[in-house]
Design a protein around this ligand. Structure first.
Ligand SMILES: Cc1cc2nc3c(=O)[nH]c(=O)nc-3n(C[C@H](O)[C@H](O)[C@H](O)COP(=O)(O)O)c2cc1C
Length: 212
């Protein structure tokens, strides 16, 4: 680990001006996301999701962005998981996208809410069958006795549901995050990075440039 103090990357790829940023952060998000996809970023829709429980303990993990619907960021999970419990206790969350090839980061703060059961069912129905069985088999975030326990449960559920349409488990579904703050970061030379932040003020966005 001795090399850690000397590990650094020079960011020279691009710039973020006020002109490019525009006045609508959702539009800029869509543009940057399409560029991340075109660039071949590995899993461009993978985002860190930070939650905080009622004791004030933060927790963070990756989830996949599965929709940007009505300008809200959607992901799917188990409502009884640790993240689900955190959100029940405290609906304030944060998201983070890091696209290293483009030398970009996007930070989002907002409030999470469950999407409708119907919307969750629609997405559950198009998931690969293996993922549907996985959702049935996993009480996400609970302790299991062994790997074998999970595999046996998966095998027995596969047999039980063979040839039958699998319904969405009650405790599985989507959340949408209503963004109140979105910050775009573009790496620049000399650590003078571009940071442009948008804060929601009622129905419009206030744009500011932040010191790197
Ligand atoms: C690339 C990647 C994508 C993931 N996507 C999801 C997802 O969409 N939903 C989900 O519940 N967990 C997803 N996970 C697993 C979570 O990171 C986490 O392990 C799990 O949701 C349990 O988190 P919790 O105990 O904090 O609730 C993903 C993990 C990785 C590395």
């Amino acid at each position: 680990m001795n090399e850690l103090p000397h590990m650094r990357k020079l960011y020279t790829r691009s710039v973020l001006s006020e002109e490019t940023a525009g006045s609508d952060p959702l539009e800029l998000f869509r543009l940057w996301f399409s560029e991340a996809k075109e660039e071949g970023e590995l899993e461009p829709n993978a985002m860190s999701l930070a939650t905080v429980n009622k004791a004030g303990q933060p927790s963070i993990r990756i989830v996949l962005l599965k929709g940007l619907i009505r300008d809200e960021f959607q992901f799917f999970t188990n409502y009884d998981s640790d993240k689900g419990k955190d959100i029940t206790e405290n609906h304030h969350v944060a998201l983070n996208f890091f696209w290293p090839k483009l030398e970009r980061q996007i930070r989002i703060e907002g409030q999470a809410a469950r999407i409708s059961k119907e919307e969750s069912e629609t997405y559950f129905a198009v998931r690969p069958r293996e993922s549907q069985i996985g959702a049935l088999a996993s009480n996400q975030s609970s302790v299991v006795p062994s790997r074998e326990f999970l595999e046996e449960k998966f095998a027995s559920l596969s047999k039980e549901w063979e040839g039958i349409k699998i319904p969405k488990p009650e405790n599985w579904g989507g959340y949408s995050v209503f963004p109140t703050k979105i910050e775009f970061w573009q790496g620049r030379v000399g650590r003078l990075h571009d940071r442009i932040s948008f804060e929601r003020i009622e129905s419009s966005w206030k744009r500011s440039r932040l010191s790197p």
